[in-house]
Write a protein that binds this ligand. Structure first.
Ligand SMILES: [Fe+2]
Length: 565
C-alpha cells in the first residue's frame, strides 16, 4: 500500500524540501434515521436536538449548490445499533429561526445504499432569501440549519473561499470563523475537503480509518469523521457550500488515468478508486449531480444575478493528463520544453474547455469567477521571457505543468478573429497551502508590453487576476522572516502578495465596481481557538484586469440571523 508517496503542492515531497532545494540553487532561499419526527414547525412538543456524538444526527446538517429557486439540503442519519433497512426522514424548511413560517415539508428516506446520507433539492424557493431547516428521524431532531438562495438580481456578493482541510494537520478554526460571518451569501470549497492519507499526514489529530483510503468503505469512514468535527459542522450549518473536489478527495496528484499516490493492482484499479471516492463525495457533500451517467463530470455554473457567473471547474479526473517529471537540474523543476509543450496534454479537456469558453464569451454577468483547484499564475524560480525559454518552474501539478492548455485559456481571454476579448475574469484557486495575489499574464518576465509582456507597475498586459487562498489546516513551510516570499516576489513580478506560512481563508466581496479579495488568517490550527486576523486585501476594478491594493471591506449591516444553537 502506498503510505508515504506524499507529494506536495509545489511538486516536492514536502514544502520544506522544496525550499531547501530551491535554496541550494535558483533562489538561495532561506527557509524559513425509525420514524418521522419533524414534520411541522417549532412547536413545544418538538424533541430537543440530541447532543453531539449521539442519536441519529451526529454528522450535522448542510446545504449547497444554491440557485435562485432551490438549494440542496443534506444530513446523515446514524441508524440505531444493529438496525438495518431504510429510515424515514423528514425535513421542514421555514423563513424564520423558530421554524414557524414553514414553506416546505419533505419526506425522505435514508438507507445503506447511500451510507444513510440524505440529500434533497428543496425547490420552489424565493431568490435571495435566507431559509432555516431541520431534519427529523427516529424521534429526534437535527440541529437547525441556515441557507440562502442565490439572487436573481443583485449588486453585491460576499462569500468565503476555502481549500485543503486536512483533519490530521489541525483544527478547523477557519471554518468556525466563517460560520460566525452572518453576512455571507455562500462558501466555495475548492477541494481537498478530505485527505486520503493514513498516519503519515499530520500529527495533531488521528484519522479514521488509520490507513490510506482506497475503498468506498474507507472513503465513507473518512468523510464521516470529518463531518463529526464541530467547526466543520458549524460552517455547513450556517452557510450553503458550493464544493468541487481536488486531488486528495481521491488521491494525491490525481489525474484522469492515475495518481502519484495510487498503485494500480495493489490498490485496485484507478477507475474503481475514483468511483469509490466520488461516490462518497456525492453522498457526504451537499452537491447537485450534474451527470448521473458520468460522476466525474461535476463542472457547473452558478449565475448570481447579473453580477457574477461562478464557474466551478474540474481539473483532476475528467481529462487531466498525467503530471510530467522534472526536466531540469534542480530536482522536480522544469522548463517549458519537450513534453511540457505537447499541445495534446489537457487540464480541462476539450469538452470542458469549450464549455468554459462558451460561458466566458456569452455570460452577461459583470464578473466571471473561475473557481478551480490549482494555481493558474506562473510560479518561477528563475525569470526568463518566453523568448528566452520562459525560465524555471517549480510545480508540474499546477497550470505551469500544462502550458499549452493554459495558453488555450489565455486565447479565450485575449479573443481572436471570431471572438471578442473577455474581461473581468477572476480566478479563485486553492491547493497551494499558501496565499497569493496575482495578475495573470502569459509572459510576466517580459517588461515590453507592446511585445506581449507585462508592466508590474501599471498592470498593463495583465488579462485577468487570481486570488489563491491558503489552506484551512494543511501545512506549508514556516517562513517567519518572509525571505522566501521576498525572493519569490522578486522573480515573479506578477504576484502582488505572497504569504507562505499562515492558515485561514479568503473573503471575496464583489459589487458592480470592483472585486476585493481579503486574506484572513487564524492564529493557530494546533488547538481550537477563536483568534483570527485580517492580513491584506487586493481588488480588481471593473475593466482594469489587474490588481491594486484595497481597503478591508465592511460587513453587511443587519444580516439574516444565524441559525440558533
Ligand atoms: Fe491540499
Amino acid at each position: 500500500m502506498a503510505r508515504s508517496k506524499r507529494r506536495s503542492v509545489l511538486g516536492f515531497a514536502n514544502r520544506r524540501q522544496f525550499f531547501g532545494r530551491a535554496g541550494g540553487a535558483a533562489l538561495a532561499l532561506t527557509p524559513v434515521a425509525l420514524l418521522p419526527a419533524c414534520g411541522g414547525g417549532g412547536g413545544d412538543d418538538e424533541p430537543a436536538p440530541t447532543p453531539p456524538g449521539s442519536g441519529p444526527f451526529q454528522h450535522g446538517v448542510a446545504s449547497g449548490d444554491p440557485l435562485p429557486d432551490r438549494v440542496i439540503l443534506w444530513t446523515r442519519v446514524t441508524p440505531a445499533s444493529g438496525s438495518a433497512g431504510s429510515v424515514a426522514v423528514t425535513c421542514v424548511v421555514a423563513t424564520d429561526t423558530a421554524l414557524a413560517n414553514v414553506v416546505a415539508t419533505l419526506s425522505l428516506t435514508a438507507d445503506a445504499a447511500r451510507d444513510y446520507t440524505v440529500k434533497v433539492d428543496a425547490t420552489g424557493l424565493a431568490p435571495a432569501t435566507t431559509y432555516y431547516y431541520r431534519f427529523g428521524a427516529a424521534g429526534a431532531s437535527s440541529p437547525i440549519g441556515r441557507t440562502r438562495t442565490l439572487a436573481s438580481t443583485t449588486s453585491s456578493l460576499r462569500m468565503a473561499a476555502v481549500s485543503c482541510s486536512n483533519f490530521a494537520a489541525g483544527y478547523f478554526n477557519a471554518y468556525a470563523r466563517i460560520a460566525e460571518r452572518a453576512d455571507l451569501d455562500l462558501v466555495v470549497h475548492l477541494g481537498d475537503y478530505i485527505y486520503e492519507f493514513g498516519t503519515d499526514q499530520g500529527d495533531v489529530r488521528a484519522v479514521e480509518p488509520s490507513f490510506e483510503t482506497v475503498t468506498l468503505a474507507d472513503y465513507r469512514l473518512r468523510h464521516a469523521q470529518y463531518k463529526r468535527d464541530p467547526d466543520l459542522q458549524e460552517m455547513h450549518r450556517q452557510h450553503p457550500v458550493i464544493a468541487i473536489w481536488d486531488d486528495h478527495d481521491i488521491a494525491s496528484n490525481a489525474n484522469a488515468t492515475g495518481s502519484q499516490n495510487h498503485t494500480e493492482g495493489i490498490e485496485g484499479t484507478w477507475t474503481d478508486r475514483v468511483a469509490a471516492a466520488l461516490q462518497a463525495f456525492y453522498e457526504w457533500l451537499p452537491v447537485r449531480v450534474v451527470d448521473a451517467a458520468d460522476p466525474r463530470k461535476n463542472y457547473r455554473s452558478f449565475a448570481i444575478g447579473n453580477l457574477v457567473e461562478l464557474l466551478m471547474l474540474e481539473e483532476r479526473v475528467v481529462a487531466r493528463s498525467p503530471q510530467l517529471p522534472g526536466n531540469a537540474t534542480l530536482p522536480d523543476t522544469f522548463r517549458q520544453r519537450d513534453a511540457f509543450l505537447d499541445p495534446s496534454r489537457e487540464m480541462l479537456g476539450s469538452v470542458q474547455q469549450d464549455w468554459v469558453a462558451g460561458r466566458l464569451r456569452t455570460s452577461t454577468a459583470k464578473w466571471k469567477f473561475l473557481a478551480q483547484g490549482v494555481m493558474f499564475a506562473q510560479l518561477k524560480l528563475e525569470a526568463q521571457t518566453i523568448a528566452e525559454g520562459g525560465g524555471l518552474f517549480a510545480n508540474a501539478d499546477q497550470w505551469d505543468g500544462y502550458q499549452p492548455a493554459r495558453d488555450r485559456m489565455y486565447q479565450v481571454l485575449k479573443g481572436d478573429a471570431s471572438h471578442a476579448a473577455v474581461g473581468n475574469v477572476v480566478v479563485i484557486s486553492g491547493d497551494a497551502h499558501s496565499s497569493w495575489a496575482a495578475d495573470l499574464t502569459q509572459d510576466p518576465s517580459n517588461s515590453n508590453v507592446a511585445a506581449g509582456g507585462y508592466d508590474p507597475n501599471t498592470g498593463a498586459g495583465s488579462r485577468a487576476v487570481e486570488f489563491v487562498g491558503t489552506s484551512v489546516t494543511s501545512p506549508m513551510i514556516l517562513d517567519t522572516h518572509g525571505l522566501a516570499e521576498s525572493l519569490l516576489l522578486s522573480v515573479n513580478p506578477q504576484f502582488k502578495y505572497i504569504n507562505l506560512s499562515r492558515r485561514g481563508y479568503l473573503l471575496i466581496d464583489a459589487n458592480t465596481a470592483r472585486v476585493v479579495g481579503e486574506w484572513w488568517f487564524v492564529d493557530t490550527v494546533a488547538s481550537r481557538g477563536a483568534g483570527q486576523s485580517f492580513a491584506t486585501a487586493f481588488q480588481v476594478v471593473d475593466g482594469a484586469q489587474h490588481l491594486v491594493p484595497a481597503a478591508q471591506t465592511s460587513a453587511r449591516p443587519n444580516p439574516p440571523p444565524l441559525a440558533p444553537a
